[in-house]
Ligand binder design. Structure first.
Ligand SMILES: Cc1cc2nc3c(=O)[nH]c(=O)nc-3n(C[C@H](O)[C@H](O)[C@H](O)COP(=O)(O)O)c2cc1C
Length: 210
């Protein structure tokens, strides 16, 4: 009889502990998480331009995620005027490194994405493609990769180099080349947040402020 009593008490105690744990799990799901526990905010806040990479391939699964992230971007009237060229060919990467003054890191990456836009589909293709390019940078950060936007548009000479490198037709214009890979060294984001840049209801800043 006594053993039975102990067993029953133990069972009730055990069930109560499980129920308390389950209910606290549910409460956590319902409460809003602080910003850095939110994966999207974390990736945005920690992204920084990465220009030195490990000598290691990024697999196609990860590259496909970058492409899906790019095409999830917003575009005016949902035109989606973008085209993406994934470049792994060593000669092509070196050719662009040679011709682009601020993209020398293409020499030491194994892959890059050229973000292009169709100027027939949209006269503001470069705006739509910028949202896609930014998505690539944030998705790369979230996947443990490092990437950097290197400019083609609006520099005619740089655009000509990229057009020749990847054989673009006349209406497809290059916005930027994004070299990426596994970062060689961990790098934190730059501190850029300035509360004075946020205005409430009307602009209250000093327009001459540098
Ligand atoms: C439109 C644009 C053009 C850029 N062009 C280059 C470039 O040609 N080469 C380069 O190394 N970085 C380039 N960057 C990256 C910036 O230098 C970088 O974003 C800036 O210094 C802030 O650093 P962060 O990205 O680490 O926050 C470019 C960024 C943007 C948005």
């Amino acid at each position: 009889m006594r053993t039975y009593f102990y067993k029953e008490t133990f069972l009730i105690l055990f069930i109560s502990i499980i129920m308390v744990n389950l209910s606290s799990c549910n409460q956590n799901q319902n409460t809003e998480k602080p910003e850095f526990e939110n994966k999207a905010i974390e990736a945005i806040m920690n992204r920084t331009s990465i220009r030195v990479y490990q000598d290691r391939d990024v697999n196609d699964d990860k590259i496909n995620i970058l492409m899906k992230a790019a095409m999830a971007a917003p575009s005016g009237k949902n035109t989606q005027p973008w085209e993406f060229v994934v470049v792994k060919d060593r000669e092509t990467l070196d050719f662009m490194a040679e011709g682009l003054p601020y993209a020398k890191m293409l020499k030491n990456t194994r892959q890059a994405i050229v973000v292009c836009g169709d100027s027939i589909k949209s006269f503001y293709w470069y705006l739509d493609c910028s949202t896609a390019a930014q998505n690539i940078l944030i998705a790369a950060q979230s996947l443990g990769l490092g990437a950097v936007w290197t400019a083609a548009y609006p520099y005619e000479e740089r655009m000509a180099v990229v057009k020749e490198a990847i054989k673009l037709p006349d209406n497809i214009l290059p916005l930027c080349v994004i070299p990426f890979g596994y970062p060689e060294a961990p790098q934190g984001p730059k501190k850029k947040y300035k509360p004075s840049k946020v205005h409430r209801d009307r602009f209250k800043g000093d327009s001459t402020e540098k």
